[in-house]
Design a binder for this molecule. Structure first.
Ligand SMILES: Nc1ncnc2c1ncn2[C@@H]1O[C@H](COP(=O)(O)OP(=O)(O)OP(=O)(O)O)[C@@H](O)[C@H]1O
Ligand SMILES: [Mg+2]
Length: 613
């Protein structure tokens, strides 16, 4: 699947005012910071343009005054120069302070907004049900919280201020040029159209090319990650060559994308410089003629001081940059639109399992469980559980048995309310699960899921995952009950040993024991064990059985096991076949009555005692 990752990165969407306003709502609590930033921005942009103007004025008034000007003494000219120098320094200080204020205020507002957005998104992700997660690869979900939020971050913290600053800067430059000399100003704007064309043509393509590169790099990463985590399978199937070919393909994709991006850059940058230089040439020629008071093409050009010409030469060059940025911003805005759309789509998804209005807190569980005519389908269409009826008295140990894919884990999923039934009811102590809060239900369950999952952290932290406040003695006791204490003690750092990503440095059976201890430590009202000891050796399993007999004495437990010897003593054995409950009773009753259970049991007995003659 990994080759499908990352394509999201290059998406763009047209500007959407409603979406933009929704995004802006994240900034609204920090609006005063925004106001501060914008004011500072205007000041900075204006003050930064003062320099050339001051130089021009100084030259034309005090160094090389026009003949028509009023005659000044040398003393007056010197002090005038000094005054302009001080003004220049003042403009620099103002620019510096204002830019500092602008960046600081904007970052504060943007980072707070992004922080809130990310928090909100993560909180919402945690609320979403398993059905939602079932249909999406983890990588895609992750990119909502990382890449998409990052795209918005870029827009808010850099993009917006840059574009506003550029607009102000352009406005100020144009205004100053027009006031200094309108004719020369108009002449120098001649490079604007070609610059805009260049920028609007190349910038989006360059950005796109850079995105393409990032996508390829993401693909390489995904491929690499899968190769590393799947290295055992690769080696055992001797698939190194094929993997290399797959990697080679992606690496080549990265190569092509990078070369394409560099190619565009290599045309664009010199092109922009060239057009910019043409603008300078126009100003030099046209402005120079104005100083010489010569006509160009028979047209009177007016008069100009050399200082003003010098100022113009600087302004013309300062023109290019904001123009290019504008096209940049346009593309950035489109990406941000695509990112917001995806983020808000997640935020707008209502969890399919959620607390009903007026849901009550489930009182301390006594342990009566009932399935009442339950139908269930993961996709809402193909039933995997049909008309399931089951009544379990408080304190009973119930075993669910049946072929692979029969629907055993599905029943557990419904009992934990990971999903809601399509029809019928699941009740605990007479409360329909849809009428109690999911928190109050799950807080009282102790669950060992079929695919054990340990979090990175120490063994101790993993056991205490469901009850972080547990004491050392309680943790050790839980470990002893599942016969895990001995092996944990033998680990290099005992209970402090880090278990590595997903518990990678423990054996599968050891991981199961730790998950088991984790479930027991919660002292749950109902204990649910889905193949909890399937990878543990038979001897250890018997020891756990004995401990369980004590622990489960007055506690309801659901146990799923393929090894039927482990559930022989259950109070109730429920036989599931193709989504239907086909038999129920004790081991002896079910053996006596024949049928599916007797078949299953007989098959195992045959397998264990070897082929009979
Ligand atoms: N998340 C899911 N989305 C869609 N279908 C699912 C999902 N989980 C299970 N199924 C399907 O539901 C059916 C019942 O699966 P279930 O996990 O309940 O089987 P099981 O009895 O626990 O099997 P096993 O003994 O192998 O664990 C299977 O056909 C399976 O393909
Ligand atoms: Mg299962």
């Amino acid at each position: 699947m990994h080759h499908m990752h990352g394509g999201h990165d290059s998406e763009r969407k047209p500007f959407n005012a409603r979406m933009f306003m929704r995004l802006m709502r994240y900034l609204s609590p920090y609006r005063w910071w925004l106001v501060g930033s914008l004011s500072a921005l205007v000041i900075a942009a204006a003050a930064a343009q003062a320099g050339p103007y001051l130089f021009g004025m100084a030259i034309d008034r005090f160094i090389n005054p026009a003949e028509s000007a009023q005659v000044l003494t040398m003393q007056e000219r010197l002090s005038g120069l000094g005054f302009y120098a001080i003004l220049f320094i003042a403009s620099l200080v103002i620019t510096w302070l204002a830019e500092y204020g602008e960046t600081y205020c904007m970052s504060w507002a943007a980072q707070n907004g992004i922080f809130d957005l990310r928090q909100g998104l993560f909180r919402h992700l945690q609320r979403l049900g398993l059905k939602w997660y079932d249909s999406r690869p983890a990588g895609v979900i992750m990119s909502r919280v990382t890449n998409d939020v990052q795209t918005l971050d870029e827009l808010l913290s850099a993009g917006l201020t840059t574009v506003l600053g550029d607009l102000v800067r352009l406005g100020v430059i144009v205004a100053v040029m027009l006031t200094m000399n309108a004719r020369l100003a108009l002449a120098s704007f001649i490079t604007v159209p070609p610059l805009m064309l260049m920028a609007f043509y190349f910038r989006p393509r360059i950005l796109q090319a850079h995105r393409e590169v990032r996508t390829r790099v993401a693909e390489i990463n995904a491929n690499l990650q899968e190769s590393i985590s799947g290295v055992r399978v690769t080696k055992s199937f001797a698939r190194e060559e094929e993997n290399f070919a797959a990697f080679d393909l992606r690496n080549r994709g990265n190569f092509d994308a990078t070369v394409a991006a560099e190619f565009l850059m290599s045309i664009f940058q010199p092109g922009v410089m060239f057009i910019g230089a043409l603008g300078t040439a126009v100003v030099l020629w046209f402005g120079g003629s104005m100083i010489l008071r010569e006509s160009i093409f028979g047209m009177q050009v007016g008069t100009l001081g050399p200082g003003t010409l010098a100022a113009f030469l600087v302004y013309v060059q300062r023109f290019n940059h904001p123009l290019q940025n504008l096209s940049n911003f346009y593309t950035q805005m489109q990406s941000a639109m695509a990112a917001s759309e995806k983020i808000f789509a997640v935020m707008d998804t209502e969890p399919e399992v959620q607390d009903a209005p007026g849901a009550i807190t489930l009182p301390a569980i006594r342990g009566a469980v009932e399935f009442r005519e339950v139908d269930f389908a993961y996709d809402g269409e193909h039933l995997v559980l049909e008309q399931a009826n089951l009544s379990v008295a408080s304190g009973q140990t119930v075993a669910l048995v049946g072929h692979t894919g029969a629907g055993k884990s599905t029943m557990i999923n419904l009992l934990c309310r990971f999903y809601d039934p399509v029809a019928g009811q699941v009740l605990v102590d007479g409360h329909d699960l849809r009428e109690v809060t999911t928190y109050s239900l799950r807080a009282q369950l102790g669950i060992v899921l079929q695919d054990t999952f340990l979090f990175s952290g120490s063994v101790r932290e993993n056991i205490a995952y469901g009850r972080p406040e547990a004491t050392e003695a309680e943790i050790v006791e839980a470990a002893e009950n599942v016969n895990a204490h001995a092996f944990i003690e033998r680990l290099p750092e005992g209970y402090d040993t880090p278990v590595g990503e997903r518990g990678g440095n423990l054996s599968v059976g050891e991981r199961q024991l730790i998950s088991f201890a984790r479930a027991l430590l919660r002292d749950p009202g109902i204990l649910i064990l889905d193949e909890a000891t399937s990878s543990v050796d038979a001897y250890t399993e018997i020891l756990i059985q004995r401990a369980l007999d004590v622990l489960l004495h007055d506690r309801t437990a659901f146990i799923i096991a393929h090894r039927l010897s482990t559930i022989r003593n259950a109070d109730l054995i429920v036989v599931v076949k193709d989504g239907r409950i086909v038999q129920r009773g004790t081991h002896d009753e079910l053996i006596a009555s024949g049928g599916h259970y007797a078949e299953l049991y007989g098959a195992q007995f045959d397998a264990e005692s070897g082929p009979r003659g």
